[in-house]
Design a protein around this ligand. Structure first.
Ligand code: G6P
Ligand code: MG
Length: 223
């Protein structure tokens, strides 16, 4: 039986990828002399702040040009700019269909937790006025491994005090689907089914997410 839902944030509840991109593009250009492009941005989805910086440095062939201290300063500078960009987020920034879906889950008393690699997740939920929907938020600082490692989604179910096979995980990134599957949870992909081909169930967009379809696919998998 499904007892709870573990959510990714970026790309599932709201679209912050565009702000991450805008912030990284500026810092990469101004402080590293690297011009990033949308395909680099794809590689940053679900990836921690410092790992994102490393992806960009590698892309620009500058991975050995900065000290740890300089890298931390660059990551802080990016975050300051990012926080400025997200400071105007409102409930209008919730992706289509997700508010209704969350209301539906709440009406049926499912546990809900957040499994985002973002340290800014509480701030973003506040802007979207969704804080009270989430019983628990995984603290990314407490994790040893990022997605695709199962740790973050395993923790998301653990915080809800439910077993992995009672949890449904929602993700828009392939690494996230791998994390959900590795944790032994039911995986719901949101986006291109060709990319998210390991998901137990896929929806093309958040607008299509349906609790009835999730329940049916979960029941079919567990019969
Ligand atoms: C999410 C985003 C990533 C981002 C990471 C860390 O997983 O998809 O692009 O790098 O969070 O976010 P933060 O807000 O902590 O820098
Ligand atoms: Mg995501």
């Amino acid at each position: 039986m499904i007892k709870g839902f573990v959510f990714d944030l970026d790309g599932v509840i709201t679209d912050t990828a565009r702000f991450h991109y805008q912030a990284w593009a500026k810092i990469a250009q101004d402080d590293m002399g690297i011009t990033i492009n949308p395909s680099v941005n794809e590689q940053l989805k679900g990836v921690s702040r410092m790992d994102s910086l490393n992806v960009i440095l590698k892309f620009g062939h500058r991975e050995n040009d900065f000290t740890q201290e300089q890298k931390e300063a660059l990551a802080t500078k990016k975050n300051d700019y990012y926080v400025e960009l997200i400071s105007n987020m409102t409930p209008a920034d919730i992706l289509p269909g997700m508010k209704n879906f969350l209301d539906e889950l709440r009406a049926e008393n499912y546990g809900m937790s957040l499994a985002s690699a973002s340290k800014n997740a509480p701030r973003i939920l506040k802007g979207l006025k969704l804080t009270e929907y989430f019983d628990k938020i995984v603290d990314p600082a407490s994790l040893h491994h990022g997605k695709p490692d199962p740790e973050i989604f395993a923790k998301g179910a653990e915080l809800l005090k439910i077993k992995p096979n009672e949890a449904v995980g929602l993700e828009d990134a392939f690494a996230g689907i791998q994390s959900i599957n590795g944790a032994g949870e039911f995986s719901v992909g949101i986006g291109d089914p060709k990319i998210l081909n390991e998901a137990d169930l896929n929806f093309n967009s958040t607008a299509e997410v349906s609790l009835a379809k999730i329940k049916a696919a979960y029941a079919a998998k567990h019969k």
